[in-house]
Design a protein around this ligand. Structure first.
Ligand code: C2E
Ligand code: MG
Ligand code: MG
Ligand code: MG
Length: 266
């Protein structure tokens, strides 16, 4: 019942423009520079305030409304991200969206209509999209890649996806889930697992990104094992567009880098 209500409310929310986007910077750990932003959806609910995706994405997935939401987010992000220079724009897509009919065509239409360069776009998919791929999803993802759109495997390590799955899909990045990053320094296994993934990524020519970096100790460790990119509260939380633009401007004006580049100087 509650989920049904959420779906009804969400449909109206889409029409009323109550979904907004925050942008979290992605930092290149070698140069210390912002190389991209991940768009993260929020629902500005008329009575409940600003809601995170965990409050509405599951209900939207059950009702298939998620495809409309993900495409709405994509369109909006493509328009707004014109203000973000040449950085990569990462957008999340539910496996339900990827399996829905005509979605690849609509993604391409959105790029064309907004004039957004497909080579700047990265679509983040989760493991469940690559574990049980329908032939349509497999072909769709190949078609997308042919246009220059990149694919990132989100939350890597939380399910059962392995290197085999990464190989079968045109994936150019894996994002290591924040649960593994949180455990660094407490759980020796976590450190070994993260290090292993960085090594595998490198040998496959895939960029590896760490999610949920919150402390200088985590950052030090990640740099010591050659992690290429990171995202997390240590650098910045998800930001309103204007604040994201301001961060890029500060960087361009020679402001301090998010990651000090001198060795050992974190
Ligand atoms: P995700 O794609 O793995 O995004 C990362 C999540 O980690 C975000 O949560 C972000 O705010 C949070 N985060 C970033 N840095 C830190 C940190 O240092 N510490 C901690 N504790 N958290 C951090 P958020 O924004 O609540 O989004 C949650 C999930 O919802 C996302 O996980 C993504 O799977 C999904 N999502 C977000 N936007 C969309 C969307 O437009 N469509 C779909 N289908 N899913 C979305
Ligand atoms: Mg993501
Ligand atoms: Mg993630
Ligand atoms: Mg995650």
């Amino acid at each position: 019942m509650q989920r049904r209500q959420i779906t009804v409310d969400l449909t109206a929310a889409l029409e009323r423009g109550e979904l907004s986007l925050l942008y979290q910077p992605v930092v290149d750990l070698e140069t210390g520079r912002i190389v991209g932003f991940e768009a993260l959806a929020r629902w500005d609910h008329p009575t409940r305030g600003r809601l995170p995706p965990s409050d509405f994405v599951p209900a939207a997935e059950e009702s298939q409304l998620i495809a409309a939401i993900d495409l709405h987010v994509l369109r909006r992000a493509c328009v707004e991200a014109r203000a973000l220079g040449h950085t990569t724009l990462a957008v999340n897509m539910s496996p339900v969206t990827l399996r829905s009919t005509g979605v690849i065509r609509r993604i391409l239409e959105t790029m064309r209509e907004t004039g957004f360069d497909p080579r700047r776009l990265e679509i983040e998919i989760t493991e469940s999209a690559v574990l049980l791929p329908s032939p349509e999803v497999q072909t769709g993802l190949d078609d997308l890649r042919d246009t220059g759109v990149r694919l990132a495997l989100d939350d890597f390590g939380t399910g059962y996806a392995s290197v085999v799955h990464v190989r079968r899909f045109p994936i150019s990045k894996i994002k290591i889930d924040k649960d593994f990053i949180f455990k660094l320094g407490q759980d020796p296994d976590a450190a070994a697992i993260v290090e292993y993934k960085v090594r595998v990524g490198r040998s496959l020519g895939i960029i590896v990104t760490a999610e949920g970096v919150e402390t200088p100790d985590q950052l030090r460790f990640l740099r010591s094992i050659g992690m290429q990119e990171a995202q997390g509260y240590l650098f910045a939380p998800p930001l309103p567009l204007a604040a994201a633009v301001a961060m890029l401007e500060r960087e361009a004006e020679g402001g301090p880098l998010l990651v000090p580049t001198a060795p050992g100087d974190v």
